[in-house]
Design a protein around this ligand. Structure first.
Ligand SMILES: *Cc1c(COP(=O)(O)O)cnc(C)c1O
Length: 356
């Protein structure tokens, strides 16, 4: 048998999470966000478990084409639109909905020779200051696009910088409503956090991403613990070595961790080259042989070391869960100073993946 690390993708959990997102979204239509290769889960692997969605939202033309070639006929939204005007030929051919966030894109749309009008999402900057037209330019951009023969259905899109709290969405919502006044436009505003927690943002289309994969938009698992959402990705490996420390002996690079007394340590075949966060400090939760314990010492490229004190029965070959149903990816991420999003997306190509 080869190196024991494995990522398992639970398709039933994915379907369940879509149902939870739908329930939360009420009557709004739903874009399943599958950018970044479905948040590291593999778009080709997972999209068929999400066919109950109304559309898929992503960034790459390549990913959009893959969905079309695999048979998805319903809407696909390019969240950042096109990066160069020559992409419009493919967007036309594959009938993609594109967002429009800058004036140059309006000009490109005006000039393009298309087989039929394209549906567009006009992206407004509601305060995050990333992509989009400032509120006072929305009317003008909308009217310009509306006048183009190349433009079909139009929707106003905005994105929240801080959708965890009501205070975080109040300001942007107000700016959006002001900018949209008199346009009588369809709207798409809500990411996962807004879909779960702020019904006043739902409007016509919601755009959840992270909750489909069973992690928390806030980074705190307890915020979704009672929502019915289930982790989709489980990363497992095995103990491949055992060390017996005596008081004062150190573990791993830099000798950062020192035993205060006798201590049994397990060496696990998983490191930062697999996507485990190098910044995870001593104390990061991990499950060994069914028992919750913690990492000790620095994460190496190919290995991490764990405290076996709570699981004296564990030995070489013992099963380890790095994250999944028992060890929440949000908890590992929080220990490492990041969010579940980053860990999922960083799943390394060298980790074998199976679906169940
Ligand atoms: C990534 C993204 C989303 C989904 O965000 P989640 O927090 O994962 O739900 C929605 N809208 C836009 C524009 C995005 O880029």
């Amino acid at each position: 048998m080869s190196r024991p690390i494995l990522a398992t993708i639970n398709l039933a959990a994915l379907r369940q999470n879509l149902a939870v997102a739908r329930q939360a979204a009420g009557g709004s239509r739903l874009w399943s966000v599958v950018k970044a290769n479905a948040y590291g889960h593999g778009i080709a692997r997972v999209w068929q478990s999400l066919v109950e969605t109304d559309g898929f939202a992503l960034l790459n033309l390549e990913e959009a084409i893959l969905l079309r070639e695999q048979g998805w006929k319903k809407p696909i939204l390019l969240l950042e639109g096109f990066f160069h005007q020559d992409e419009l030929a493919m967007i036309d051919q594959y009938r993609l909905t594109t967002s429009v966030h800058s004036n140059w894109q309006i000009q490109a749309l005006a000039k393009a020779k298309l087989s039929a009008p394209l549906d567009i999402y006009l992206k407004m900057n509601s305060g995050m200051n990333r992509l989009g037209f400032p509120p006072d330019q929305v009317h003008n951009a909308w009217q310009k696009l509306r006048s183009l023969d190349n433009v079909g259905e139009m929707t106003l899109m905005a994105h929240f910088a801080d959708a965890e709290t009501s205070e975080g969405i109040a300001g942007p919502l107000q700016r959006i409503e002001q900018a949209a006044e008199g346009l009588n436009c369809a709207r798409s505003l809500a990411n996962s956090a807004a879909t779960l927690w702020h019904p006043q943002t739902h409007h016509d289309w919601v755009r959840p991403g992270i909750i489909l994969y069973g992690a928390s938009p806030s980074g705190q698992w307890q915020d979704i613990a009672s929502s019915g959402l289930q982790p989709v990705m489980t990363m497992t490996s095995q103990v491949i070595g055992i060390q017996h420390l005596t008081a004062g002996s150190a573990v791993g690079y830099g000798g950062q961790y020192r035993a205060s007394g006798e201590q049994r340590i397990g060496v696990v075949a998983c490191g930062y080259a697999d996507g485990y966060p190098r910044h995870a400090p001593t104390g990061t939760p991990i499950l060994v042989d069914g028992v919750m314990t913690q990492t000790v010492g620095r994460v190496s490229m190919d290995m991490i070391t764990v405290d076996l004190t709570p699981c004296p029965q564990a030995g070489i070959g013992s099963q380890v869960e790095l994250w999944g149903n028992n060890v929440k990816i949000d908890d590992v991420a929080a220990a490492a100073g990041t969010v579940g999003y980053e860990l999922m997306c960083a799943l390394a190509p060298r980790v074998p993946v199976i679906v169940e």
